[in-house]
Design a protein around this ligand. Sequence first.
Ligand SMILES: NC(=O)c1ccc[n+]([C@@H]2O[C@H](COP(=O)([O-])OP(=O)(O)OC[C@H]3O[C@@H](n4cnc5c(N)ncnc54)[C@H](O)[C@@H]3O)[C@@H](O)[C@H]2O)c1
Length: 432
Amino acid sequence: MRKICVIGVGYVGLVTGACFADLGNPVTCLDIAEERIEKLKRGEMPIYEPGLEEIVSRNVAAGRLTFTTSYAEAVSGADFIFVAVNTPPSMDGEADLQYVRMAAESIAQVLSDYAIIVNKSTVPVGTGDAVAEILQARGKKVGVDFDIVSNPEFLAEGSAVHDFLQPDRVVLGGTNRDASEKVAQLYLPLRASIMITDLRTAEMIKYASNAFLATRISFINEIATICEKVGADVKEVAAGMGMDKRIGRAFLNAGIGYGGSCFPKDVKALTWMAEINGCHPQLLRSVMEINRDMRRQVLAKLRELLGSVRGKTIALLGLAFKPNTDDVREAASSDIVHLLQSEGANIRAYDPVATENARRMLKGVTFCGDAYSTAEGADALVLVTEWNEFKQLDMARIAASMKRKVLVDGRNIYEPEQMRELGFEYRGIGRG
Ligand SMILES: NC(=O)c1ccc[n+]([C@@H]2O[C@H](COP(=O)([O-])OP(=O)(O)OC[C@H]3O[C@@H](n4cnc5c(N)ncnc54)[C@H](O)[C@@H]3O)[C@@H](O)[C@H]2O)c1
């Protein structure tokens, strides 16, 4: 029986802990956020992630999954210690590693037997070595041995449980191949492709993967901007491109850009890493610049349709950075709200699950209970997050309730012709 400890019960840690427990392992999840642990002990979820609650409660009931705020309790007897704490961006874009260091210090203080420390947080290349140094300093004093393995996580919020249980690949990197092979054993029931490499390469694979996906999004958004000028439809362009097996269809949806807790910070952190190592990351800089511009396009389209937005009421549908999550970190909604408020617009907004998180971040916004009440009396409607429930709205009812029938479709989910037939002045992204 291999005992697992997971540090950090956010989107990655809680999914990791719950899924490993579901595979039959005894798992203890730890967090320094007491309210998160208290909630989990009461059977409440601290985050919204489809399918997760059921797995958590099943494994708590089976006695395989427990929660604590005590490092001594969580680390004691653990064969594997997964670190899944947050690594937010600092002011200059560099990854802020204070939580990773804190976790390493706390592990070092209580580690009394050999364990494999597996890093799941997205960390700059070389962090594994830094964590090893923190533990070595302590290990030398007490004579405890350990190994560090990097195991970057590729799950996406909204489909995290599926992604964890059916990964395209599991990447493991370490200085001791035996340790990586032991971690690989934990994943064997998933029958996934497992790649074992060195520590720094594993860390880099994560950044390179996220930067590549962000690049595809910015690429199609650049094409969208050109489509608008030359009278082409980017949705058709992407469909035509995607039929080429060398290109594929994934991450070619034009819109108001990527957000969330990963792509923005990871592209920034990779750019920073490149710069301090003497590289000139022009492509990465352009990816970020295009993404910023896509947010500004919303304001430009509203100005074109409404004249000034000053004193106008703009209704936003969707606040989460993408559908099926309550995560609002670096969401397009936040940039759009700030841009519109700085021009004197009044904002009404609705999201199926992210309203509580958005309320903490966005001031001066009127939050509504559904899409219809949000649109009522508004001068313009902006589709920000492509939740399924927005795809089947009664758009005739929405049009009839608005002061002006202006629709900016930030994710291209509506058919331009149908919307125009309903009387909307419609603008999508790249639908020339
Ligand atoms: N969210 C994603 O979709 C995703 C996907 C892949 C990788 N990642 C990476 O995984 C890591 C975690 O991301 P997340 O979205 O799950 O973060 P999160 O913010 O949802 O959760 C992090 C948790 O760690 C806890 N924590 C912070 N410091 C701690 C400490 N010293 N000891 C114990 N707990 C501590 C926090 O209280 C929080 O509950 C990040 O590096 C992120 O880049 C995230």
